[in-house]
Design a protein around this ligand. Structure first.
Ligand code: NDP
Ligand code: 2IT
Length: 447
């Protein structure tokens, strides 16, 4: 970065938010790629737009007390960041994971503002969660925790205020418990208050598949630009959760050979192509470790290291697990093993150095804000259906999702071309989303 005001702003963000390295990373990536915009259109540096955009409108931090199966009182921390409401009600997921702290919630909330802007739907940016660890908890414990969490959160959310959804550790089961408690406390069946609900009470078809399918639709666009497609491509996918499973499903449907995936304990490699029905049974139904895959398929290899995934030979890598999984070592290893396309299903899986490496080496790179926006876009479609009191068919939602992903790709690509770095989709998506968000903020005055 050369622009003095951008350098000063980044320093200010770092000193105001000490030790919050994930948040610093997210801000640095955006400021860095906005530089070419400010060179030609310095008007965007006015009205304190940038100073306001890096500061959340509100950060709520609360105690969550609950009782475990042994009768012991447990205390966790709950958070909700309401980052930016210029484009619509705050919108973004809830994460239950022991690593959750303000830096994680703020980086996710900051990214969400730009991601939601790219979808073209009327959604502001927010994010929340808890340091609660769902691993090893009984169903009763999960329910009591969700109820305790909602007993504070409910006063801060609403269909026209703030609409949470799932993220790591929060799927349809948790959203069901959260929704039930919201309904009981508010005495209102306001279905638009949460997305990712079961289809029985206002959920949308395709929401479960949306982030993974959307990611693959985005990569289809990347491949098409290089006159290629998924057929016969070797693909690796990190994680084996919601995003990973449906990315694998759609990639396989399009003819790819998906050879490896992982969980937080290790990596499985199956040269015959992954058995997705088995992965769904292990991870979605039984909630067990991915290592069990090898009990059924002894030909598959298990490495007790999640990072071993990035040493597997592939054409396309889809990081779909968590932040920071691709450091420069993993980026180098992917490149050395023939990988030419990387697209982020997870939020911020690649370090700034890894991203720069991909851009420098000509590895075509799809950044998270654009590539994984299918989940929140389909949440937006769930909100529309709730407002209409209608439920669209699977094919209709899927087609809309596909159309939104194509349009996100087109915006990122065209913007990258205008700012003279045509394969830099990081810059393209950051500039395109910033303009939409900043325009709305300018129109609404200084708030
Ligand atoms: P899930 O909780 O369903 O799954 C997370 C998966 O990642 C699990 O398989 C988990 O393994 C694995 N994992 C966690 N840490 C590591 C690690 N260090 N190395 C390898 N694997 C790891 O979460 P989601 O699929 O919903 O979310 C995954 C990512 O996608 C997150 O970054 C999230 O923010 C992002 N995202 C999610 C969206 C959604 O709609 N759900 C939308 C857009 C982005 P284990 O079982 O061992 O915990
Ligand atoms: O990171 C994300 O975009 C999500 N976890 C989905 C958020 C949503 O509101 O559906």
């Amino acid at each position: 970065m050369k622009n003095l005001s951008l350098i000063q702003l980044l320093e200010q963000v770092k000193s105001r938010n000490p030790h919050e390295i994930e948040f610093h990373h997210a801000v640095e990536e955006v400021l860095n790629s906005l530089e070419p915009l400010f060179e030609v259109e310095p008007k965007w540096l006015k009205s304190g737009i940038l100073e306001r955009i890096v500061e959340p409108e509100r950060l709520i931090h609360f105690r969550v007390s609950w009782v475990d199966d042994g009768g012991v009182v447990r205390v966790n921390r709950g958070f909700r960041v309401q980052f930016n409401s210029a484009l619509g009600p705050y919108k973004g997921g809830l994460r239950f994971h022991p690593s959750v702290r303000p830096s994680i919630i703020k980086f996710l909330g900051f990214e969400q503002c730009f991601k939601n802007a790219l979808t073209g739907l009327p959604m502001g940016g927010g994010k929340g969660g808890s340091d609660f660890d769902p691993k090893g908890k009984s169903d009763g414990e999960i329910m009591r925790f969700c109820q305790a969490f909602m007993s504070e959160l409910y006063r801060h959310i609403g269909s026209d205020i703030d609409v949470p959804a799932g993220d790591m550790g929060v799927g349809a089961r948790e959203i069901g418990y959260l929704y039930g408690m919201y309904k009981k406390l508010s005495n209102v069946h306001a279905q638009g208050v949460l997305t990712g609900k079961s289809v029985n009470f206002g959920g949308s078809l395709v929401r479960t598949q949306a982030t993974g399918y959307g990611l693959v639709y985005f990569v289809q666009n990347m491949l098409k630009d290089k006159n290629e497609d998924f057929k016969g491509k070797r693909v690796i996918v990190s994680g084996s959760g919601n995003v990973s499973i449906y990315a694998i499903e759609k990639a396989q449907e399009l003819g790819a050979l998906v050879v490896a995936c992982s969980d937080s304990n290790g990596t499985i490699v199956d040269e015959n192509g992954l058995d997705l029905a088995l992965i769904k049974e292990i991870k979605e139904v039984k909630r067990e470790r991915i290592q069990r895959y090898c009990n059924v398929h002894p030909n598959a290899i298990y490495h007790p290291d999640p990072k071993a995934l990035y040493d597997v030979r592939c054409d396309i890598a889809l990081p779909c697990a968590t932040q920071g999984e691709i450091q420069i070592e993993q980026a180098q290893s992917l490149y050395d093993n023939g990988c030419r396309f990387v697209a982020e299903g997870a939020n911020m899986p690649s370090s700034l150095k890894a991203i720069q490496f991909f851009l420098d080496q000509g590895v075509y790179f799809g950044p998270a804000k654009a590539a994984n926006a299918g989940g929140v876009a389909t949440s937006g479609l769930e909100m529309s259906q709730n407002s209409l009191r209608l439920a669209w068919a699977f094919e209709e939602v899927d087609q809309r999702l596909h159309g939104i992903m194509d349009q996100i790709y087109a915006q990122a690509k065209q913007t990258a071309i205008v700012y003279k770095d045509p394969d830099n989709l990081v810059m393209g998506s950051n500039i395109a989303s910033f303009k939409r968000l900043a325009e709305a903020m300018l129109a609404q005055g200084v708030l």
